[in-house]
Design a protein. Structure first.
Length: 221
């Protein structure tokens, strides 16, 4: 189960500490809630995120009615021991609105699906999605998508070959540049199949702790 060796929390005057919930696979911040001593103990003993509702004055296990539970994968405590970070695997949307995460209201008013952008790859994925609405004459990304699987496969092979050549004899800057080209074209190829990067991260998370040889053998059976 979860490791018990954690420092004592510094509860506030109401006997609570805030808990930030982060997607274990993607790093996206999903929600903020509060823990009291009882919900803290239940979260650690059950492995399911359980909180104290300040509005209802009651314990609540996230997803107890909807089934959209948060399975705790890791617990971290900040330097002052007055805030908890729960790194979780969500089973369904986290927000009660049905969105993936609660932080969907942006100050610039732009539409959002509730998933805060975390990394450069997330921003790339969002840019590729926007380029799908552009014309091929103005968008290289759209021209790749219009070319379909054959063009995308050829470009991936070409870029991977160039990366391989630089790995063998190129300088560091060229390796970085060619690797970026491979990642970009891979992201476009995934978008062409409507495969979200989050699905890839989830698959990598599933493989954590599994021998590469064992994982390959399992796929061949």
């Amino acid at each position: 189960m979860l490791a018990p060796a954690l420092p004592d929390l510094r509860w506030n005057a109401d006997g609570l500490v805030p808990a930030v919930v982060q997607d274990h696979a993607t790093g996206a911040v999903l929600m903020l809630a509060y823990l009291n001593a009882e919900s803290w103990a239940l979260t650690r003993s059950t492995g399911l995120a359980t909180f104290w509702s300040r509005s209802r004055g009651a314990l609540w296990q996230k997803g107890e009615s909807s089934g959209h539970v948060l399975r705790v994968e890791e617990i971290r405590i900040d330097c002052d021991a007055d805030t908890v970070l729960l790194r979780c695997t969500p089973h369904g949307p986290t927000c009660h609105t049905g969105r993936t995460a609660c932080f969907f209201q942006r100050l610039d008013g732009a539409p959002d699906d509730g998933v805060p952008v975390v990394t450069a790859l997330d921003r790339l994925e969002a840019t590729i999605a926007a380029r799908r609405a552009a014309t091929a004459e103005r968008s290289y990304t759209r021209s790749l998508l219009d070319g379909g699987a054959p063009k995308l496969a050829a470009k991936l092979a070409e870029e991977a070959g160039e990366l391989g050549a630089e790995l063998a004899a190129g300088d560091r800057a060229r390796v970085v540049s060619e690797a970026a080209d491979v990642v970009f074209h891979l992201a476009v190829a995934l978008a062409s199949r409507d495969v979200a990067l989050a699905e890839v991260w989830a698959e990598l998370a599933r493989r954590e702790g599994v021998s590469g040889h064992a994982e390959k053998a399992a796929r061949q059976t």
